[in-house]
Design a protein around this ligand. Structure first.
Ligand SMILES: NC(=O)c1ccc[n+]([C@@H]2O[C@H](COP(=O)([O-])OP(=O)(O)OC[C@H]3O[C@@H](n4cnc5c(N)ncnc54)[C@H](OP(=O)(O)O)[C@@H]3O)[C@@H](O)[C@H]2O)c1
Length: 257
């Protein structure tokens, strides 16, 4: 049985790439333990496939809850085959305006939570063949303005991926990362503001449209990716039986430019 046809824990399951990953697992006949903060979206997700989705409401900034979450996730269907660490946040701040709050929040959600959840779930992952996919970013390897901290957390997540892969290999648990380029999700629809700058409602839309156009132009294939295209790679990597410690890029050629 493929991991994606088993019981898979997905963080950031309610929107964007995580949501597309949930849909792809359901299409393959798998079951999902869905983790995110927004209870309304989680309830709607669970209602879409009541027997095959269990929702756990959690703020992954709260690292003290992670071992309890891992236990609840394992209990949801009685066993776990896979984990997709997809929840992530980006705080766009230019150098000169980087604050400790933003550093801490991104370190918690993008780095510490996936590491601690992987560690706590690794002991439950059904042998042989448990699999973990961390959703990283091409920004971990390619600098872009206003993303110093985000990029650093994702680069550290790449290192975590390789370290976990090595240490968990004897237990048959594979750990890989997927590095997307620009993908059409809420994450890219946040206006990037200069320190002290405020925008009116019409201006916000225009700013987001121009940000998206600039980002699109950086991709040699001439468009941003869709959450479904990235989810297809996440599922493929989740299911590869002889792949571990890999950083798999899916970016419309962004890294070439
Ligand atoms: N979009 C891109 O261009 C892009 C590119 C490269 C990498 N990525 C990475 O891909 C992953 C998914 O991004 P996305 O674009 O799909 O983002 P998104 O549309 O903003 O969705 C983020 C998801 O994470 C959840 N989440 C955020 N903060 C959380 C917290 N503190 N605790 C629990 N859940 C939390 C959100 O649910 P709630 O709000 O309900 O908590 C939501 O389900 C992230 O790791 C991101 O860094 C995205």
């Amino acid at each position: 049985m493929m991991v994606s046809q088993g019981n898979v824990v997905v963080t950031g399951a309610t929107r964007g790439i995580g949501r597309a990953t949930v849909d792809a697992i359901l299409e393959r006949g798998g079951k999902v333990v869905a983790i995110a903060r927004n209870e309304r979206l989680l309830a709607a997700l669970q209602a879409s496939a009541p027997n095959r989705i269990r929702a756990l409401t959690a703020d992954l900034e709260d690292l003290d809850r992670i071992s309890e979450l891992a236990r609840l996730a394992n209990d949801a269907f009685g066993s776990v085959d896979g984990l997709v660490n997809c929840a992530g946040i980006a705080r766009y701040e230019p150098v000169g305006a980087i604050g400790l709050d933003a550093i801490e929040a991104q370190l918690r959600v993008n780095l510490a939570a996936p590491l601690l959840l992987s560690q706590a779930l690794a002991v439950h992952l059904r042998a042989p063949g448990g699999s973990i996919v961390n959703v990283s970013s091409t920004l971990s390897e390619r600098a872009a303005p206003q993303t110093v901290v985000y990029a650093a957390t994702k680069a550290a997540l790449n290192a975590v991926t390789k370290g976990l892969a090595l240490e968990l290999a004897p237990a048959g648990v594979r750990v890989n990362a997927v590095l997307p380029g620009g993908v059409e999700t809420d994450m890219l629809r946040t206006p990037r503001l200069l320190p002290g700058e405020t925008l009116g409602p019409g201006e916000i839309e225009a700013r987001v449209a121009s940000q998206l156009a600039d980002l699109t132009a950086l991709h040699p294939l001439g468009r941003l990716g869709t959450p479904e295209e990235v989810a297809a790679v996440i599922i493929s990597v989740l299911d590869q039986t002889w792949q571990t410690g890999s950083l798999v890029t899916i970016d419309g050629g962004l890294s070439l430019a």
